[in-house]
Design a protein around this ligand. Structure first.
Ligand code: GLU
Length: 396
């Protein structure tokens, strides 16, 4: 075996795997409905695509640009993040990355030494534990359940804290649960982190996708004491239907931002200039498409919650943000589904794909066996049809 241990010991991304499998089956003519990876079904708004087209004809875009990002985009991110967080960020605090996922990897690489512990409230997004381990850190899951709305409390975090605790991952709105922490809970967690000298890595990629009475709260806005040890990540993927363009960012105190820029100068150089031009237009151009998409997601959210809740044995906590629903299937486990014994949600996801041609991501991928994640960022017809198939299969 010549493959390095760090890769042998690593899990491939389950969200990417489910998405690839569903897309491949679909391409082969199977009538698969994919609730797997979270990606808006809308096209990127025209004015953004036009900005990219114009950039593609600019000779400057054909050349290298600063590894940490184009100055105009870094400034636009600094301005937007200053407004949402109540802090003052400058272009030098921003690193433009190949999607939000890459920003997170850079952060852990810049922040962690071997053995440093990172608290990760579960259910968590699939890549956090693997990225933390790649950077030499130790992910420490802090379990939450549907009974507490999938929200971690200060008491739980404190119980998990040790001398090696270096950082906390804070994601609101949450992937995979759609939970949104309110201002009071966010402030309490931020203050706890500040009191204990713990870094906060806060993923704000779903900040524009909140529903009903829920409001997005940026952690440093309500916990200014934590700001000097807070790193914010976000990107254009979810807000502007730009998953494939791969533009995200990290906004960090100067030393950390410079460290991530240094890493990037050795590892990737700049993110595609054409994609950066598109991201700049997304941030600074008209915003009406954002609200139109949010309203569509909200409508689908309600359809998904109602349809899943009506299935016997399935229970749902209403998601208030992002575009995921995370139902519990615990009551249907241990039974036969389509003539096959289903012991856990890994089995269930397999049966759903094979027998109902519906792709979901099993809760095990998010550190939460017994649940499954469905993205409702797909077309209305597919959404209704897909959940209908799940209901029919479980009804036998
Ligand atoms: N964040 C999205 C998801 O969880 C994209 C897929 C991924 O990169 O994991 O589905």
């Amino acid at each position: 075996m010549s493959l390095a241990r760090r890769i042998r010991e690593m899990e491939a991304s389950p969200t990417m795997a489910v998405d690839a499998k569903a897309k491949a089956l679909k391409a082969a003519g199977e009538p698969v409905i994919g609730f797997g990876a979270g990606e808006p079904d809308f096209p990127t708004p025209d004015h953004i695509v036009e900005a990219a087209r114009a950039a593609a004809y600019e000779p400057a875009a054909h050349r290298y640009s600063p590894a940490g990002g184009q100055p105009a985009l870094r400034q636009a991110v600094a301005t937007a993040t200053s407004a949402s967080s109540g802090q003052t960020y400058e272009a030098a605090n921003v690193v433009i990355t190949n999607g939000g996922k890459h920003a997170l990897y850079n952060i852990f690489m810049a922040l962690l030494d071997d053995g440093d512990e990172v608290l990760v409230p579960a259910p968590y997004w699939v890549s956090f534990p693997e990225q933390i381990k790649l950077a030499g850190g130790v992910p420490v899951a802090v379990a939450t359940t549907k009974d507490t709305g999938f929200q971690a409390t200060v008491a739980q975090l404190e119980a998990a804290r040790t001398e090696r605790t270096t950082a906390l991952v804070f994601v609101s709105p949450s992937n995979p649960t759609g939970a949104v922490y309110d201002a009071e809970a966010t402030a309490a967690i931020g203050q706890w982190a500040a009191d204990n000298g713990i870094w906060v890595v806060t993923d704000e990629i779903y900040q524009r996708l909140v529903y009903g009475d829920a409001r997005f709260v940026s952690l440093p806005q309500v916990a200014p004491a934590a700001a000097e040890r807070t790193i914010i990540t976000s990107g254009v993927a979810k807000t502007y239907a730009m998953t494939g363009w791969r533009v995200g960012w990290a906004v960090a105190p100067g030393e950390i931002a410079a460290g991530m820029g240094k890493l990037q100068s050795q590892v990737t150089s700049n993110v595609c200039n054409v994609a950066q031009a598109a991201a700049l237009e997304a941030l600074t151009g008209p915003q009406d498409a954002v609200e139109a998409m949010r309203q569509a997601f909200d409508r689908r959210r309600q359809v998904a919650v109602d349809a899943l809740s009506a299935i016997p044995g399935v229970s749902v906590v209403e998601p208030m943000g992002a575009f995921y629903v995370f139902p519990s299937f615990e009551e249907v486990l241990g039974a036969e589904v389509a003539g096959r014994r289903v012991e856990n949600t890994l089995d269930l996801a397999e049966v759903l794909l094979e027998e109902a041609k519906v792709a979901v991501v099993p809760g095990e991928a998010f550190g939460a066996p017994g649940y499954a994640r469905l993205s409702y960022a797909l077309g209305d017809d597919d959404l209704a049809e897909g959940i209908g198939r799940i209901a029919a299969l479980l009804a036998g």
